[in-house]
Design a protein around this ligand. Structure first.
Ligand code: SF4
Length: 289
């Protein structure tokens, strides 16, 4: 089987930085404090399991906000904030309670926070294109729940009521232009005076563009976690061209997917360790149809 590996894929700088900060915290933890990660450090279960083996507790719950999570840690522990960023409430809780913390928020996410805060200070309201219940959106919405309006689709825009004449459109960093374009178009129909600032980061854009330019063959496989926003965007892009599946391990590959397939395009999300993609690559190139 021929397997084409897309040229831009795998860990981005934000993920690398977050992981190295966790490793550093483990190495420098001379007092033996309990280290907690507030949510999965990146959206990949494989990575969280590796840190668990080193004694790091990942607080992971779909039902709890980051603020609820941080309130469950003991005050003499070390808390690591994930690449997705957190709301000011979480930071204030940590500071007020003098809890040691390490901020692994990606610099692209911090840029979005800073831009939104600056515009709120100038009396803007924000239309934020993002996904509900995603940690990055949670952090952004926590800046100001009254003046930041999250929209996930065109219908949300139609139902939106923004009072201010000053409107900034901003986006979650891991979306795609395919996803955001119709929503942005609808916002401009309703609020032509709005200003657009796309938060989609370079790493996300490069991975999407590379897939569009290089996708070939009969089947596309995206290696990534089902909770990863940028993995899901790569999946959607692949589906525009051919049958495409999002998987996190060899065990998830179904033999019927490979029937009659001669060429596969293989890519992976910004939160996918290359060891997972390498294993899947080896499996596929040695697969006899
Ligand atoms: S995908 Fe983009 S925003 Fe997310 S961690 Fe990587 S560089 Fe940062």
């Amino acid at each position: 089987m021929k397997v084409i590996r897309v040229s831009e894929q795998g860990f981005c700088n934000g993920v690398r930085r977050a992981l190295s900060l966790v490793e550093k915290a483990i190495t420098e933890n001379s007092e033996g404090k309990q280290i907690y990660i507030l949510g999965d450090i990146i959206n990949n279960r494989f990575v969280s399991e590796q840190f668990k083996k080193k004694g790091v507790i990942t607080i992971s719950s779909n039902n709890q906000s980051r603020l609820e999570m941080v309130k469950s840690v003991s005050k003499d522990s070390i808390v690591i904030l994930t690449a997705h960023g957190v709301s000011p409430e979480v930071l204030n809780y940590l500071k007020n309670n003098k809890i040691e913390y390490i901020d692994a928020s990606c610099l692209f996410v911090i840029d979005v926070h800073n831009r939104i805060t600056k515009h709120l200070d100038q009396d803007f309201e924000i239309i934020y294109i993002g996904k509900h219940n995603h940690p990055e959106s949670e952090g952004v919405l926590g800046i100001n729940r009254r003046k930041i309006h999250i929209v996930t689709n065109v219908e949300d825009v139609r139902n939106l009521k923004v009072k201010s004449q000053n409107i900034l459109i901003d986006t979650q960093t891991t979306l795609s232009n395919f996803y955001t374009k119709p929503i942005i178009d609808e916002i401009f129909i309703k609020y032509p005076e709005a200003i657009l600032a796309s938060g989609v980061c370079d790493a996300t854009t490069k991975r999407q563009e590379a897939l569009i330019n290089e996708i070939k063959g009969d089947l596309c496989i995206v290696v990534g976690d089902v909770r990863s926003s940028n993995a899901n965007e790569l999946l959607k892009i692949g589906l525009n061209y051919m049958p495409t599946y999002l998987i996190n391990s060899i065990e998830e590959i179904k033999k019927e997917w490979l029937d009659g397939v001669k060429v596969i395009t293989l890519t992976s999300a910004a939160s996918t360790p290359s060891i997972l993609t390498d294993e899947i690559y080896e499996y596929l190139i040695n697969y006899n149809t």
